[in-house]
Every structure is written in structure tokens, then in C-alpha cells.
Write a protein of this length. Sequence first.
Length: 173
Amino acid sequence: MLIAMAGLPGAGKSTIAEVLGGRLAASVVSVDPIEASILRAGIDSDQPTGLAAYLVAETIAGFVLDAGQHVIVDAVNAVDPAREQWVSLAQTRGETLKFIEVVCSDPELHRVRLSKRASEATRFASPSSYAVEQSLDEYHPWSGSSAAIARITLDSVNPLGANVEAALAFLDS
């Protein structure tokens, strides 16, 4: 099975993806550290590093699926072309695709999470508040064939355990 996460930076996607990965013995392929590695390699940020990271994640996810394992793609997936990428991958591999969208309905909690991420020493750059606001402006409604794929929306103000259990029930359905 291919599981594609979606949601704004700092919404809680990665946390849920990591727990699900452990519970399902699924590989988690995260776009953010891939893009950070591309930038660390010296590729200029004015290049389409985000697109490159999505393409690398797609290639890795394909290999994991070919090995007969579940894979969770941890990415913002804000626009239809990104979402359609996972639809196409699932179709070409003959795999089931399910989307898990994560939102944070509390703007203050979202800001706190983002500032905490920015203050921690991480392996990759954390998004700024501006980047999140820009992502919010660019986060498109679901349409096209991705809108027809099974999707659950989880609110990360709910307890992590409750969200994980809801996601597992959704994945089993």
C-alpha cells in the first residue's frame, strides 16, 4: 500500500507518519530531508529543488513498493500535480493508495510548533512562518483523480494516539 501524507508544514504530518510507519512496519519517505540534502549538495535554492525532492521521493517509494513493502510518503502535497504523482505511482505499481491529510485547527498551536521546530537543531531547515503562510496560500482544494482517492483528514489538536488509531482504522477499511 502507498500512503501519502498531506498538510501544511508543522501540522503534524511527520509525527503521525513516523508512528504509523512503526505500527505498520512501513518505510517512511520524507520530502523535507531530501530537499535539504539537495540544498546541502550545493544546488541553488532558486532551482526547482522542491520538485527534485518529490521526484526522488517517488523513485524511492517505487523501489519500496517493488520490494513488497508498505510506504508512507511524508510531504506537503499542496497542489494537484503533487497529489497526482502518487495516484500515478500507485496505478503503475498496481497498489492501493490512501491519503492522510493532517491539519492543525488551532493557529496559535501551529505557530508554537513552527517556532519550536525553528529553534531546535535539526538535520534540515525548518520552514519559516512566511513559508507556512505562503504554503497556506498555495494549498489547493482537492480535485482531479486525487479527489476520488480515499482520504481522511486528521486534526492534530486531537491526541496523537487518537489520530493514529483513526488513521489505522481508515487504512484497514
